[in-house]
Design a protein around this ligand. Structure first.
Ligand SMILES: NC(=O)C1=CN([C@@H]2O[C@H](COP(=O)(O)OP(=O)(O)OC[C@H]3O[C@@H](n4cnc5c(N)ncnc54)[C@H](O)[C@@H]3O)[C@@H](O)[C@H]2O)C=CC1
Ligand SMILES: CCCCCC(=O)/C=C/[C@H]1C=CC(=O)[C@@H]1CCCCCCC(=O)O
Length: 178
């Protein structure tokens, strides 16, 4: 099962971003897992969620969108660590692309993002074709074990990250706060 749908809207109506990008992922995952669980008569399987680089870093350009993607990462990471998961026969993984040339970017309403000129330039600089993400998706699915993996995809290539190791370990110095 794949959780892929998402929208961007930092303006009026931003609450819908949380409903689609985060709440729906939780609802869909619960429904799918209940159906798939081997210990409840299902066949097991894999649940892959499309994250984003925005779920690994923070950005002033898309803060609500980032919050939903961080929420997805926290939720899915919790499930992948569930001690009853092996009996359920379900694996959880995520794919975290950088900017991709899709309608999300091509048809964006510039009133619904912040700092559009900056975001547009940044995305164009880092932009990948959708095929790069499709190929990464297939690579993830061909791996023998995927539970706990985040496959990050950007113009440099693909990097497998362990869900628990995405923190870069940087500590906070209050004297150098923003
Ligand atoms: N385009 C980009 O630069 C990046 C996109 N992503 C992620 O990739 C995933 C796919 O996005 P894209 O293909 O780029 O965008 P897209 O806008 O082309 O596709 C999003 C899809 O979500 C569907 N959708 C939106 N609201 C829905 C709803 N309420 N119910 C059912 N379906 C709904 C849309 O119909 C559309 O097919 C998303 O999770 C997005 O966050 C991640 C990193 C970068
Ligand atoms: C129309 C916005 C679509 C958002 C697509 C997405 O999921 C992520 C896009 C990012 C790619 C380049 C960006 O600037 C986007 C915002 C978040 C990343 C911030 C990067 C900053 C950093 O690397 O430190």
């Amino acid at each position: 099962m794949v959780n892929n749908a998402a929208i961007v809207n930092e303006g009026s109506g931003w609450q819908r971003v949380i409903a689609i990008n985060l709440t729906a992922v939780i609802v869909g995952t619960k429904l799918a897992a209940a159906h798939m669980r081997k210990d409840k008569g299902g066949k097991g399987g894999r649940i892959v969620s499309t994250l984003s680089v925005a779920g690994l870093v923070q950005s002033h350009m898309t803060p609500v969108y980032c919050a939903t993607k961080h929420g997805v990462r926290a939720y899915i990471t919790g499930l992948c660590k569930d001690p009853t998961r092996p009996d359920q026969g379900i694996e959880y993984a995520m794919i975290a692309p950088d900017a991709v040339d899709t309608p999300m970017f091509q048809s964006v309403d510039s009133n619904r993002v912040l700092f559009w000129d900056e975001l547009k330039d940044e995305m164009k600089r880092r932009m990948m074709k959708p095929q790069a993400v499709g190929e990464a998706f297939l690579q993830l699915l061909r791996s023998d074990v995927i539970n706990g993996a985040i496959l990050q995809v950007d113009i440099q290539g693909k990097t497998f990250r362990h869900m628990e190791c995405v923190n870069d370990g940087v500590t906070f110095d209050p004297s150098k706060a923003f």
